[in-house]
Ligand binder design. Structure first.
Ligand SMILES: Nc1ncnc2c1ncn2[C@@H]1O[C@H](COP(=O)(O)OP(=O)(O)OP(=O)(O)O)[C@@H](O)[C@H]1O
Ligand SMILES: [Mg+2]
Length: 264
């Protein structure tokens, strides 16, 4: 059954290691992301979460290990090759074009869209694209920024800039969306709204989402699986209910109180 496309991982990271001089930021991490999954990545500051994202999106070249995207070996390839295979990501520090209107920021992302092999060539590329991702306006509506469309990106709030960054990533019509702390600095209510948006994107857009966040209690309520990194190593990879009871995870990151709260 290994040839069944439905059982093929979207991304299969094998023994990925990233070293910076003497520091091993990511240490032999294996991770598999299946189509349609919503997976969280948690871990203390400096655990290697962002570096792992950088490695699996081609932003940095792993020191060793393999990266298979839908069965294709992309190890050592440039970021645009990963993007062309349907990977999109946000950055921990939002990277929007501040002078450009919000709408133009989305339009910029759309220029990079649709470079994947077409499924329905007779009907054109757009036939396989969900309605919600076809125009800057539909994407702005999806992320709730329609009213801000004409404002320069620098003029919207930091939490709106995080939404915009998600919109820019969506504009490339990804299959795998990597979100790096998109809820950082948001209020509790905004974090919850962000989690709901992320769920909705996954549900409605046929996406696989991997979400790094320190807002652990919210994250655990919304994801189906959690990977825990600590000092570059993967110390857990399981459903939330199991991860919060994992002794090494409690010791390294959650603490007893938080584990109880998260388990409740
Ligand atoms: N370009 C780099 N050069 C040297 N060291 C780096 C580089 N990028 C990251 N590091 C180091 O690698 C380790 C992992 O960093 P990383 O940013 O991946 O952690 P993180 O889990 O994302 O942390 P945070 O939760 O604070 O965002 C840290 O010790 C960091 O200082
Ligand atoms: Mg980080």
């Amino acid at each position: 059954m290994s040839s069944d496309v439905h059982t093929q991982p979207l991304l299969d990271a094998r023994e990925v290691t990233v070293r910076f001089g003497g520091l091993t930021a990511v240490d032999h991490v294996d991770a598999v992301f299946m189509p349609g999954e919503l997976v969280g990545i948690i871990g203390p500051n400096g655990a290697g979460k962002t570096t792992f994202f950088n490695a699996i999106s081609g932003v940095i070249r792993p020191t060793s290990g393999r990266l298979m995207v839908e069965g294709r070996d992309l190890s050592g390839q440039a970021p645009h090759r990963f993007a062309a295979r349907g990977l999109a990501r946000t950055f921990q520090t939002p990277r929007v074009f501040g002078d450009m209107p919000v709408r133009e920021n989305i339009a910029f992302g759309l220029q990079f869209a649709g470079r994947r092999p077409r499924k329905y060539w007779l009907w054109g590329e757009e036939a396989s694209v969900p309605w919600a991702l076809r125009t800057p306006e539909s994407i702005l509506s999806l992320i709730g920024l329609s009213a801000q469309a004409d404002l320069p990106a620098a003029a919207i709030t930091p939490s709106q800039q995080r939404l915009l960054e998600i919109g820019m990533a969506l504009a490339t019509r990804p299959r795998l969306l990597l979100l790096d702390e998109v809820a950082a600095g948001l209020t509790e209510v905004e974090v919850e709204a962000m989690a709901r948006l992320i769920r909705r994107l996954r549900d409605e857009l046929d996406l696989t989402v991997v979400w790094i966040e320190h807002a652990v209690t919210t994250l655990l309520r919304h994801v189906e699986r959690v990977i825990v990194l600590h000092q570059g190593r993967k110390i857990a990879d399981d459903v939330p209910a199991a991860v919060v009871r994992h002794p090494e995870v409690i010791e390294a990151y959650l603490g007893d109180e938080m584990a109880e709260e998260a388990a409740a």
